[in-house]
Design a protein around this ligand. Structure first.
Ligand code: BGC
Length: 228
C-alpha cells in the first residue's frame, strides 16, 4: 500500500511516495506553485508530479488553509476560488485514487509529535501555520497565524515570508523570539516544534522544550491521515 504525500505550499508543491510504514520510497519532487494559485493549475501541477512519481494507491494532501471533510474553507495565501472547493473529490476523480486532505501544519505535526502531553507546532513559510495536540489528539482548526500578535498585526503579518522579506532576518528573529515566549505563556505546552522552509533562518538559542523539524516532515506526516 503506497501513499502519495502532497504538500501544497505558497511557493512550492512537493510530493513523495511513502510505504505502509511511512518510509519514503522516492526522492521528494517539487514544482513552483502556479501563479495565480487557482484550483485548476494547482491540480494540474499535482497530476503531473503524480504521473512522474510511479505507483501509488492513495493520496494525502497538506493544504495551506482550513480543511473540513476534504473541502478547503480558507486559503489566504492562494486564491479565493479555494473557499468551499471540494479538493478531495476533485483530486480523487483526477487521479483515480482515494484522497484525504488536511491542513499543512496539522500534517507537519502528525509527523513531528511524540504523542505525549501538550504539543504545539508552528510552521514558518509563506504563511504562519499552527497545530495543537493533546496526548497525540489534534485540537482541530487552530489558526494562530491570523490571530493578533503585536503592534496591531497578526502572527502571519509579523512573521510570514512577506514580513521576513520586508524587515530582514534580524527583526524577524526578534519577533519570533517574542512569539515563542508569548505562546509558551498561552498554551503552557510541554513541547514546541517549528517546521517550514524558513525555520532554517532561526538565529537565536531556542528553549530546551523546542525543536526544529525538517521540512520533509510536512510530507512524512501525510501517512497519519490513513491511520484509522
Ligand atoms: C493558513 C493556515 C496554514 C498556514 C501555513 C496560514 O495562512 O491560514 O491554515 O496552515 O498559513 O501554510
Amino acid at each position: 500500500m503506497r501513499t502519495l504525500a502532497v504538500d501544497i505550499g505558497g511557493s512550492g508543491i512537493k510530493v513523495i511516495v511513502l510505504d505502509e510504514a511511512g518510509e519514503p520510497q522516492t526522492e521528494r519532487s517539487r514544482v513552483e506553485t502556479p501563479a495565480p494559485a487557482k484550483p485548476e493549475p494547482v491540480i494540474d501541477a499535482i497530476a503531473s508530479l503524480a504521473a512522474a512519481a510511479g505507483e501509488f494507491d492513495r493520496v494525502s494532501v497538506g493544504f495551506p488553509g482550513v480543511v473540513r471533510d476534504g473541502v478547503t474553507k480558507t486559503a489566504v495565501n492562494l486564491t479565493p476560488e479555494w473557499i468551499g472547493f471540494d479538493l478531495a473529490t476533485v483530486l480523487s476523480d483526477r487521479l483515480g485514487k482515494p484522497v484525504r486532505v488536511a491542513n499543512d501544519a496539522d500534517i507537519q505535526g502528525m509527523g513531528a509529535i511524540s504523542g505525549k502531553g501538550v504539543e504545539l507546532v508552528i510552521t514558518l513559510g509563506t504563511g504562519f501555520g499552527s497545530a495543537l495536540f493533546v496526548d497525540g489528539t489534534l485540537v482541530p482548526n487552530l489558526e494562530l497565524g491570523h490571530h493578533p500578535f503585536r503592534k496591531g498585526e497578526t502572527y502571519e503579518e509579523q512573521m510570514g515570508r512577506a514580513a521576513l522579506d520586508k524587515v530582514g532576518k534580524e527583526k524577524w528573529n526578534n519577533r519570533l523570539e517574542k512569539a515563542i515566549a508569548s505562546l509558551q505563556h498561552l498554551f503552557n505546552y510541554d513541547s514546541l516544534y517549528i517546521g517550514g522552509g524558513e525555520a532554517k533562518k532561526i538565529a537565536f538559542e531556542l528553549p530546551s522544550n523546542t525543536k526544529i523539524v525538517p521540512n520533509v516532515t510536512g510530507l512524512l506526516g501525510g501517512i497519519a491521515l490513513w491511520r484509522d
